[in-house]
Design a protein around this ligand. Structure first.
Ligand code: GDP
Length: 463
């Protein structure tokens, strides 16, 4: 049997303790299946007759036995999340009653739903676009308020709108080119070079913006892996405690107490930092401590994977060769230099100038002072691009979308090159078709059909 012909059921609320548990049933036999296991309180009511958007109180039955009190909420196709007949059954929370209900439903003929299957069905029935379906998964997994807003904007279709605007512009350009190249006998108006490159460049810029926003969006949704670097005693543990809000790392005035990479997630403004504290980074001589050397090796390794590097320096002392070694390793990375112990320093300018070439930004602060959190948070948001990201504008939210958008952008860059190098409109049209195909892959439509439709609608070719 085709999977869509089956009626599926699953727990819709998180498993475990809770006030209520909701089980969702969706598919062509949702009503007959629920009818078998649900007994309404009022004897004259029948599940089969229930209208959409109504509720019914009753209880469910498992193997002939009366079980928990149950509220049934009815949705009729196509006015439901999946577009199918859907019934949501609420029972008391905790796993026992929900498990019993699922068992009853399966005995009555429903199949347990696979991961994401309700959303998959919503997609199949045209209730959601592909980008919206992906956004559902992101909303469920989003971290933090802004991350959730971001995923929700894709769910609302704002990403689809943004892509749609690009598609419309490129499609009309492509239709124009196609009509001009393929139907020379028709009276198709000529396209100026300026209009052609103007549209291509504008839409490429829009794709560039979307692609640039992806990294920042991912940071808001999932946080960023952050490495804390610095010589012993510069104040890394103190900074970690400031971020964490309590004495998580042991702070001592003795060099080299932080031996291992401490993993901890802290929230800095809108961004979750997945922190890796480091063993005090210093050169280890022949008499060096073996465990510490291992810690240092791991810190350097982590540096390659980090989305954010916080390198701490002691502003109260001149920078040492080890400090500069650390600074050099930060070059070209998403790294922020923190000149700590501002309160003890007389002049921080010399150190700032020395560090500046290796970092995106140098921040002077005092890790012992809670007021340092705000400038630190602002600097990190700026460095990671989250500060200027509008979470409500609709952003790419999966690696698949990013790959498709990147293909489209590269094809437009290629089209602009072809135009600039004088390869003719045929070559431009080929690149444009590639770009449109990539965008249609992104949204899950068929590119060729869309262009052909427009050729005929706009230019009345073959009338
Ligand atoms: P780590 O080895 O890099 O983790 O350094 P710690 O966090 O253990 O700090 C070393 C010493 O510097 C401790 O005595 C801290 O209290 C002190 N310290 C850290 N940050 C500051 C600061 O901003 N101002 C002052 N005055 N002392 C600090």
């Amino acid at each position: 049997m085709d999977r869509l012909e089956q009626t599926i059921c699953a727990l819709a609320t998180p498993p475990g303790e809770g006030g209520i548990a909701v089980i969702r049933v969706s598919g062509p036999d949702a009503y007959p299946i629920v009818e078998k296991i649900f007994v309404p309180v009022r004897a004259n009511r029948r599940v089969a007759d229930a209208k959409g958007y109504t509720a019914m109180l009753g209880h469910y039955i498992l193997r002939g036995e009366e079980m928990d009190e149950t509220v049934a909420l009815f949705y009729r196709t196509p006015h439901s999340y999946t577009g199918e007949d859907v019934i949501e059954l609420s029972v008391h929370g905790g796993t026992a009653m929900a498990d019993g209900l699922l068992e009853a439903l399966v005995l009555a003929g429903a199949a347990p739903a696979g991961p994401g299957e309700f959303t998959r069905r919503a997609l199949e029935h045209g209730k959601l676009s592909l980008t919206q379906a992906e956004a559902v998964m992101e909303v469920i997994g989003a971290n933090g308020r802004q991350g959730a807003a971001l995923a929700k904007s894709a769910l609302d279709g704002r990403l689809a709108q943004r892509i749609g605007t690009i598609q419309t512009a490129l499609q009309s350009l492509n239709a124009h080119l196609t009509a001009w190249v393929d139907y020379p006998e028709e009276d198709v108006p000529e396209l100026s070079d300026a209009a052609l490159t103007g549209t291509l460049a504008l839409q490429k810029q829009e794709l560039d913006d979307l692609i640039a926003g992806y990294g920042a969006g991912a940071v808001l949704r999932h946080g960023v892996d952050c490495v804390l670097l610095g010589r012993p005693n510069v104040g890394k543990s103190t900074l970690l405690n400031l971020l964490a809000g309590f004495d998580r790392a042991i702070v001592t005035p003795v060099a080299g107490t932080t031996r291992d990479i401490v993993e901890q997630a802290v929230q800095l403004g809108e961004i979750r930092l997945n922190l890796f504290d480091t063993a005090g980074v210093r050169e280890v001589g022949a008499d060096g401590d073996a465990i510490e050397a291992e810690g240092i090796r791991r810190s350097w390794k982590k540096l390659d994977e980090a989305g954010l590097v916080l390198a701490v320096f002691d502003a109260a002392q001149p920078l040492t060769e080890s400090d500069l070694d650390i600074a050099r390793r930060c070059q070209g990375r998403p790294a922020l230099a923190i000149l700590n112990k501002q309160d003890l320093a007389e002049d921080t300018e010399a150190a700032r100038l020395q560090l500046q070439p290796y970092f995106k930004k140098v921040l002077t602060l005092c890790a012992k002072d809670a007021a340092s959190l705000q400038p630190l948070s602002a600097a990190v948001a700026e460095l990671l691009g989250t500060a200027k990201l509008d979470p409500r504008a609709g952003q790419l939210c999966s690696a698949r979308q990013l790959a498709a958008a990147t293909r489209a952008r590269d094809a437009l860059a290629e089209a602009l090159r072809a135009e600039a190098d004088g390869f003719g409109l045929d070559a431009v049209a080929v690149c444009l078709t590639d770009a449109l195909q990539a965008l249609c892959d992104l949204t899950g439509e068929d590119a060729a059909d869309a262009t052909i439709d427009e050729v005929f609608e706009t230019f009345c070719v073959g009338k």
